[in-house]
Design a protein around this ligand. Structure first.
Ligand SMILES: Cc1cc2nc3c(=O)[nH]c(=O)nc-3n(C[C@H](O)[C@H](O)[C@H](O)COP(=O)(O)OP(=O)(O)OC[C@H]3O[C@@H](n4cnc5c(N)ncnc54)[C@H](O)[C@@H]3O)c2cc1C
Length: 456
């Protein structure tokens, strides 16, 4: 419960002290939930903390589930990876227990839970002054594909690994981040892999088709058959049938077609966004403006709730609404929530950041690639030294012909561009760059900035 190095609450927030919760329930024992518990304690919260997690395991890290699918049997525990031990930080840790209902009252919250680990379900209620929703997401498995596996949890990974042990052919449906990662490691272990993607290119939804196309060769290099622009008609125990009738025999089919917020239990209780996420502001407090209908909550009741990580769509002043879907947000945003709850100044906003290890390449995306932005490359796409792609936009004022606003950056095997990109894009407005200098990989990215770099 050390508060070393944490600045004291500012004067403007001190008078709200009597409204501060003295007990908090955190729903979801994943990365965002564990980080929330840790950040609350770091900021001096000494009230009662209850952590409720649907999985029967202590918090672990998800990225290794795909990247180390065939080489790592044990989860990467967050107590080892991040030194966050919820058992010592929280007063009550309830695993294998799901929140199934939420009441936001004027003077507190009530979370209804169901414990499913034993032979009989056990229902319970937890009352507290406030709740932090960190219930994350769940993998999408189309209902017509009961024979397809998904990969989201450690138990999904164990089931997939077990099935792959005796498999000769894997079909992965979806060439997004996780589909690409799994296809790469499974192909490297000697199993024949086919990847089926409805979009015209891999990662088209994340990076746009033109940039996604730059990863196409990686599949061929890895010995993977990649079929794009094709739709799956059905999945059964013997493989995949495409919409045109083509049969792709497989011992294992993995549906890697995305994840959705795990918020079904909140429908009717909270207003949610179109994708089913909890709409929140920069500090994780409920902002009904981003919702599409739902119940009306009193202002006071709404202040008893925060949401963070993959279950939240977070409005930021700098980057618009950022959909929770990535590790770094779940790692860092709990800090803002804990600061808001304990009355400390909000930490600086960082640019959205995604990383992936796929098909022998390390990718990072900083900022939000916009579909209508201009795309330029720094270095040679496909070259042996990697490259960096920049999403830029011509400023509306009369800037010089080569000056652009920098909106987002993709690095491919270019670690030296990652730090500068994160620092540049964390500023209060998009940095202006000389696009000719930025496209020269010999010029440091920072040296392409025109005028002063925007302040953070
Ligand atoms: C295989 C895989 C690989 C990934 N690789 C990367 C990567 O390389 N880079 C990257 O940026 N991101 C990656 N991600 C995404 C990243 O792991 C997530 O963004 C991150 O885990 C989100 O953390 P979270 O705590 O918000 O949600 P989650 O990790 O989903 O955790 C939420 C927890 O809440 C629990 N829960 C849900 N509902 C309830 C309920 N009603 N009651 C109680 N508990 C509940 C869930 O069981 C879960 O344990 C990957 C994800 C997966 C699945």
């Amino acid at each position: 419960m050390s508060i070393t190095g944490v600045p004291a609450p500012d004067a403007a927030t001190r008078h709200r002290e009597q409204e501060r919760p003295a007990s908090i329930v955190v729903v979801g024992a994943g990365l965002a939930g564990a980080q929330t518990v840790a950040a609350l304690r770091r900021h001096g919260f000494d009230g009662r903390v209850t952590l409720v997690g649907a999985e029967k395991t202590l918090p672990y890290d998800r990225p290794p589930l795909s990247k180390e699918l065939v080489t790592r049997a044990e989860p990467a525990w967050l107590s080892d990876e991040l030194d966050v031990d919820v058992l010592t930080l929280a007063d009550d840790v309830r695993l294998a227990e799901s929140a199934v209902g939420l009441e936001l009252l004027e003077d507190g919250v009530v979370v209804r839970t169901r414990r499913t680990a034993s032979a009989h379900d056990t229902d319970d209620t937890i009352s507290a002054d406030a709740v932090v929703l960190a219930c994350g997401a769940r993998a999408v498995r189309p209902t017509a594909w009961p024979d397809a596996l998904v990969l989201y949890t450690a138990s999904d990974a164990a089931a997939l690994r077990q099935r792959l042990a005796s498999a000769h052919r894997l079909v992965v449906v979806g060439a997004g981040w996780i589909g690409a990662e799994v296809a790469g490691v499974v192909a490297a272990s000697g199993t024949a892999v086919t990847v089926v993607e409805a979009a015209p290119e891999p990662l088209a939804g994340q990076l746009g088709a033109d940039v996604g196309a730059l990863t196409r060769q990686w599949y061929a290099d890895a010995g993977i058959t990649l079929l794009t622009g094709v739709t799956v008609g059905g999945v059964d125990a013997t493989g995949v049938v495409l919409a045109d009738g083509t049969r792709l025999p497989a011992d294992v089919v993995l549906a890697a077609v995305g994840a959705v917020p795990a918020t079904a239990w909140l429908r009717g209780t909270l207003p949610l966004t179109a994708r089913g996420a909890v709409p929140v502001g920069p500090t994780g407090s409920l902002e009904v403006g981003g919702a599409v209908g739902g119940p009306t909550l009193s202002e006071r009741a709404a202040t008893r709730m925060w949401a963070v990580g993959d279950c939240a769509d977070r409005r930021t002043d700098r980057f618009g609404v950022v959909a929770g879907a990535h590790w770094t947000g779940a790692l860092t945003h709990p800090e803002a929530v804990a600061c808001a709850i304990t009355g400390h100044p909000a930490p600086p906003e960082s640019a959205p950041y995604v990383f992936s290890d796929q098909l022998g390449h390390h990718l990072t995306v900083v900022g939000t690639p916009e579909p209508d932005a201009e795309v330029v490359h720094r270095g040679s796409p496909g070259g042996p030294d990697g490259w960096t792609t920049l999403w830029v936009r011509r400023p509306t004022d009369g800037a010089a012909a080569d000056v652009r606003e920098l909106l987002a950056v993709l690095t491919v095997d270019r670690p030296r561009d990652v730090g500068p990109a994160r620092r540049l894009l964390a500023g209060s407005r998009p940095p202006m760059i000389d696009v000719l200098r930025a496209c020269d990989p010999a010029v440091p990215l920072k040296a392409s900035v025109v005028g002063p770099a925007p302040s953070v």
